[in-house]
Design a protein around this ligand. Structure first.
Ligand code: UD1
Length: 365
């Protein structure tokens, strides 16, 4: 059986890595990887392939940036040629990025079965490009692998036949479990001169937060306030860096002695930074899950989450408005050790890829 797995953006790589490993270990799957090139910088892509021990992709589509339409259409045109050549038994897509939906549409139009890993998540906010990608991918996929109970509920409500849907756990957590010891070996915390539980780790990249001067100004004010309390570590996504520079805020942040502005970190380095942070402040999807697994306090700058289990069971708290005062009050709580401890959600045990392999192997189309 040939399975063609599609990756495009940074959060895809750690989900496909354990699947590729499980496919190879089975001895029954010919596992091939297509990289769309949605993320193309060495620090957003190459380092992840290396650290996650992924092979060079079998196909690199080199699509790069552009508007959502340009990106999605570019991936579709290039991916169609790959599928004409390969005709795999399955196309496997992960997550909710433009590469996910683009590859799904091409495969289904060519009548090739699609398996979607991380299906069923819904923020309920259709202004988010990822929500559109999730809805469209799930509507046509043949196998849907779900990470948390809310996903099962959404798919049932949307009328997806139960036999297509499997609650298998979280492949991103598979990678975390597998690479946690290696992350510790990087000694990133020590090398940056940080003390465990005495710094705030920040990531921001969502258009709703970083594309406007108001959003970025509120973030800047909050980080300045945070730096009066503790050290702030801020690895910047390219989009955030570009916009901080555009709105003249980059200099203001870098002038502050206790704000460490970093390039995007590798997978292992970031994992180690997360594990020892007093609090993680983010607008990412995956980081809400990783901090829940690590039982590290997480404050998410969004008014909704497609991963409610991280709030219900985990360590995640949502902060709907970019209000620096509220954020700083919560930071004080975290620094004082007053945060919910959280539980690890069901099936987040490092074995999701094995379960997915088992389902795919026994599935009759
Ligand atoms: C994408 C995903 C988002 C995910 C995020 C993780 C979609 C709709 N969004 O958003 O869900 O959380 O990845 O990072 O698929 N850029 C570079 N170098 C790169 C990649 C991007 O400079 O390697 C620049 C682009 O040129 C663009 C900006 O960063 O200006 C945004 O990149 P893009 O891939 O469009 O989306 P993300 O915001 O990264």
């Amino acid at each position: 059986m040939t399975i063609l797995s599609v990756v495009g953006a940074r959060p895809n790589f750690m989900k496909v890595a354990p699947l590729h490993r499980a496919f190879l270990a089975s001895g029954r799957v010919h596992s091939k990887i297509v990289h769309t090139g949605q993320h193309y910088d060495a620090r957003m892509s190459d380092v992840f392939f290396r650290q996650l021990e992924l092979p060079q992709p079998d196909y690199y589509l080199g699509v790069g940036g552009g508007s959502h339409t340009v990106q999605t259409a570019g991936i579709m045109l290039a991916f169609e040629k790959v599928l004409e050549q390969e005709r795999p038994d399955w196309v496997l897509v992960v997550g909710d990025v433009n590469s996910t939906v683009a590859a799904t549409m091409v495969a289904k139009k060519m009548d090739i079965p699609v398996a979607h890993v991380e299906a069923g998540l819904r923020s309920g906010d259709r202004r988010m490009p990822e929500e559109i990608n999730r809805l469209m991918t799930d509507a046509v996929s043949d196998l849907l692998f779900v990470t948390e109970p809310s996903g099962m509920e959404h798919l049932a409500r949307e009328g997806v036949p139960a036999h297509k849907v499997h609650f298998t756990g979280n492949c991103m957590i598979d990678s975390l479990v597998h690479y946690r010891p290696k992350a510790a070996e990087t000694r990133t915390v020590e090398q940056l001169g940080l003390l465990p539980q005495q710094y705030l780790l920040v990531t921001m990249h969502r258009p709703s937060n970083v594309d406007t001067a108001e959003g970025l100004t509120a973030i800047t004010e909050m980080l300045e306030g945070a730096a009066q309390r503790t050290t702030v570590v801020f690895p910047m996504h390219p989009r955030t860096r570009q916009n901080l520079e555009k709105f003249g805020l980059a200099k203001r942040l870098s002038a502050h002695a206790r704000i460490l502005l970093l390039e995007p970190q590798g997978y292992l380095e970031f994992l180690h930074l997360m594990e020892h942070a007093a609090l993680v402040l983010t607008d990412s999807g995956g980081i809400q899950e990783e901090t829940t697994y690590l039982q590290v306090p997480c404050l998410t700058f969004r008014d909704s989450t497609e991963r409610p289990v991280t709030v219900e069971l985990g360590t995640n708290v949502l902060l709907a408005d970019l209000d620096p005062k509220k954020a700083l009050a919560l930071l004080d709580e975290a620094l004082a050790g007053h945060w919910k401890k959280g539980e690890i959600p069901p099936m987040w045990d490092g074995r999701a890829a094995e379960r997915i392999l088992h389902v795919v192997m026994s599935y009759e189309l």
